[in-house]
Design a protein around this ligand. Sequence first.
Ligand code: 13P
Length: 328
Amino acid sequence: MDTNGSTSGNGHETNGRAAVAEPPHYALLKEKIAILKKEREAVILAHNYQEGAIQDVADFVGDSLGLARKAQGTDAKVILFCGVHFMAETAAMLCPEKTVLIPDLAAGCSLADMIIPEQIRAWRAAHPDGVVVCYVNTSALVKAECDYCVTSTNGVKVIEHIPAEQEILFVPDYYLGSFLRAKTKRNIHLWKGYCPAHAAILPERVDRLREEHPEAEFLMHPECGCTTKQMDLADEVLSTDGMVQYVKRSPAKEFIIATETGLLHRLRAQHPEKAFYPASEHAPCHHMQRNTLEKAFMSLVRMQHVVTVDPKISERAVRPIERMLEIV
Ligand code: 13P
């Protein structure tokens, strides 16, 4: 794994949580994956929310933006994308000449499912001067209806790039949209979608953790359901990779982490001397967890499941992504 995503993961995390041993057959599976990866000329990209064992075999672990860039830059013939479907679609659109695989085709995104193309067309018709900005957590069909794409890393920069007088329609995440509206003071209309995993992070629990660990820094993902109430209290509102970078720089010894719990594997592996308290123990993304080490292995054995986007859709859907990548 490269320097940006290195973990030493051995399944024995101690800081802030009891050690959990990996199943005994995982060591052999990891060896077989390494051999198959070479045979297939494949690269393994994994999102920060993937289970620890998948992060351990990945060539790169990162956030949505980092993974899109890695997909774009790789020489590999095959990309095994250990993440959710919209992320694999983005890779497929940016690299049409490569084979993009996902371990489990059902690994979707509840937030992305909260808007469909017809709804964007109707919203645009009601706001004919509006520029439509979509979060990367959208299907290719939805992106094809949008003007700009953003990730949790670059939303402020992309919005600030749009002329100041322009009305903006933001889909689908209400909380990220609220955060961007507060930061940029722009005229942004919000779609009322949300991520169920982040919605499970409650302000009361965050308040209690902050009382119990007064020295801890509080890092929050902008998808959090409590963003609007707690944004001012957070030390930083960051993407998953933003949190990884922040923890590296910070002299603090304790952190309250308000995002999906998969990120804790990477943070704990990189900083065994620091303690990380999840703002919710109940914030796993069930879609991300559909991918397992076994399924990643089978993907390489059978070259399954190939993710493609209809070229007619891709031609339009890739535009908001490329616009974003030109800005940031
Ligand atoms: P990041 O881009 O911050 O990794 O977030 C992606 C995501 O899907 C969060 O739910």
